[in-house]
Write a protein that binds this ligand. Sequence first.
Ligand code: CP
Length: 322
Amino acid sequence: MTGAEQLPPATSTRHRHLFDLKDWSKDDVTALFETADVMGEVMQRTIKKVPALQGFTVGLLFFEDSTRTRLSFDRAARAQSADVITFSSGGSSLSKGESLRDTIETIDAMQADLYVIRHPAAGAPEQISRWTDAAIVNAGDGRRAHPTQALLDAYTFSRSYQGAEPRDFSGKKLAIIGDIVHSRVARSNAILWRELGAEVTLCGPRTLLPDELAAEGVTVTNDLNEAAEGAHALMALRLQQERMAAGLLPSLAEYRQRYQLKSEHLELADPHALVMHPGPMNRDVEIEGTLADSERSVILDQVRNGVPIRMAVLYSLLVGRR
Ligand code: CP
């Protein structure tokens, strides 16, 4: 059995690209999660490979460092028998003065069907889409969006939460703690979890909390105890320590004392609350190391679920577009 016959019908999405989640409805996300369930079964098999994307070529274009996102998209493409071409800005001809447009047009001459793009500039994936006919998936652009991270985070919650009705996000509360202002993960999760019906609370020091998010229907607080109270998921974000130099934080010791996610905060949360972190994490800075390793932590499940979610995204955009 190849497994191809168990894949969902090719009618999974109305989207051409995945730039951010602003135009993804709850139904779109539910359909993607159902596809990811099938892909997850594929990844449980002895032979973790199906021919679903045979003949397609996926380009992984990373203009910024990555471990999880780059490797899991690579795994997701190869597990579906796609060919993969990879580009990293380090070691490329960008250092010789080649422009972004010339770089993209050069890669595109090698004929990929879809590009996964990480770039430090917000909006780079949309800009690149004007220079190619291929589908585009945003793998993180500046501080703006990281849609597949948010999808795998919500998917992990829906699979791991042991309390009532894990797949129903209404009445659930997600608390995101840390460096919110620089975080594309916080923005994408806020949009997605609210679309799914959850409440979202963002917590951090005043200098790391953007005012504009309060206007988008999320709760904003500087008090970690208040954020943790009754939360069903507690998500710590990496403290981007380069911000310390910019004077946005008084001291690392004070940050740890006021904003490090600790087991005492879990005690204030829902009895089944999950501990999450998108990675990479600074142990014992934004999250207590023992909490990151605890039974309530799903940090490695987030990484594991990144593969079926990204398989579903590739499959939906390449095969399942209505
Ligand atoms: N969460 C995340 O995007 O991790 P990487 O930077 O390692 O891809």
